[in-house]
Design a protein around this ligand. Sequence first.
Ligand code: ADP
Ligand code: MG
Length: 255
Amino acid sequence: MTGRQTDTAPIISIRGLRKAFGEHVVLDGIDFDVQPSQVVVVIGPSGSGKSTFLRCCNGLEQAEGGRIDICGRTLVQDGRMLADADCNALRQEVGMVFQSFNLFPHLSVLHNIALGPRKLRGLTREQADAEARALLRKVGLEQKAGAMPASLSGGQKQRVAIARALAMKPRVMLFDEPTSALDPELVGEVLQVMKLLASEGMTMMVVTHEMEFAREVADVVIVMDGGGIIESGPPATIFTNPTQERTRSFLQAVL
Ligand code: ADP
Ligand code: MG
């Protein structure tokens, strides 16, 4: 478990977050804070708005009500987003990893990681490549620098995607079901990298069905259903003594 530092300002602060697709209200007034170095695991049934929640937190979806502050800046307030330039700057603080990897297929592993820092952090090729190699070492893929994404296993692709997100030096990492597309034997190598990040103090929000990971690594588990967070708390409490019947039946279905 990483330390919770409630005496400092939250990295992400969410108040009254509301998002609908047409008539369908997906997020109906969410309030939540993520503290520095906290690991927050988000669980809940399919369609409960977990992905939408994460996507709102890095501006991929525009919330239409409420407010999100990230690293002291207001991303969205009352349906108004930051101007594009500021939004892009803020996105650099918030790394995101998707279920489907989303690597650039025509670029080598090293180039996938080094591209963002060259374009957006203004690094030289030499600097960006050196940082990319260090990140590849961290995710255990040093020897794959020159490989093309298509030649990698799913677990290797996802580790490259994590390295690529880290290359922007984010202050928060969002993971949306990072292991759901993987063959079971490849899940562990990705979770291992995520555990390493958590142990280094990275602030993380993770949507996952990996309950063992949640038990081991999460400071807080939040349970989403019916447009909101129905309960939240330390994993020991949520998994062994949930207060909500809907949490109990969800856990019964996945455990
Ligand atoms: P989860 O990640 O928990 O499975 P999602 O956030 O993906 O849930 O979706 C929540 C609800 O919002 C679902 O009913 C889904 O169909 C709907 N939804 C998500 N994205 C869109 C979209 N771009 N347009 C319309 N409906 C969407
Ligand atoms: Mg989802």
